[in-house]
Ligand binder design. Structure first.
Ligand SMILES: [Zn+2]
Length: 191
């Protein structure tokens, strides 16, 4: 998916949970992050964390945690940029962890593909899409069967069958409706 466009505000202090996550996942030893910012766009979420420049005024390091998926996030990947080597005139160290694939499209747009599974989100989305597929493909048929039964028609071929247990046209036995069960019981108590 295309990267969340534009700039985002690094606008708040890093939360305690975010600091704990950073400590657990940082690829090298780093100070705790001070600042954080969030952005989201069409099923993408970005959490940006950064260590403010200490002890110099040069940038220290940042982490971008990408999450993707809708309605809930199902995939994640993180990219760390350690600017400390640039204090000695080298380029920054970029650590994409094993679950983020970044590439540039033909039009120069940057694409990021996180592929670390967030299992609860994965399960939620799977159920969500399965329900939509069921509504699209199975529900109309289920509704048609019910309507035919209600009208005294065979649920399979719509031939009028009245009180018959099996269809006189196609031979299938439609499920007996609750109404007809009541009718059968009444008939048997009358005898
Ligand atoms: Zn029939």
């Amino acid at each position: 998916m295309p990267l969340i466009p534009g700039t985002f505000l690094v606008s708040r202090a890093a939360a305690e949970l975010e600091v704990l996550w950073w400590r657990e996942n940082a690829p090298t030893t780093m100070d705790d992050p001070d600042w954080a910012g969030n952005a989201h766009n069409w099923g993408q979420r970005l959490l940006h964390l950064e260590v403010m420049s200490k002890p110099t005024s040069l940038p220290y390091s940042t982490c971008d945690l990408y999450r993707a998926g809708w309605p809930t996030s199902a995939l994640e990947g993180a990219r760390w940029i350690d600017y400390r080597p640039s204090w000695e005139g080298q380029g920054p160290d970029i650590h994409s962890n094993q679950t983020l694939f970044a590439f540039e499209a033909w039009n120069g747009q940057r694409w990021l593909l996180p592929f670390g599974a967030i299992w609860p989100g994965f399960a939620t989305n799977t159920l969500f899409y399965a329900a939509i597929l069921w509504l699209l493909f199975a529900a109309p048929f289920a509704l048609r069967r019910r309507l035919r039964l209600k009208r005294g028609l065979c649920s399979a071929c719509a031939y009028p069958i009245g009180e018959s247990v099996t269809c006189t046209e196609c031979g299938r036995a439609p499920p007996i409706s609750r109404k007809s069960i009541v009718r059968l019981r009444l008939a048997s108590t009358r005898e």
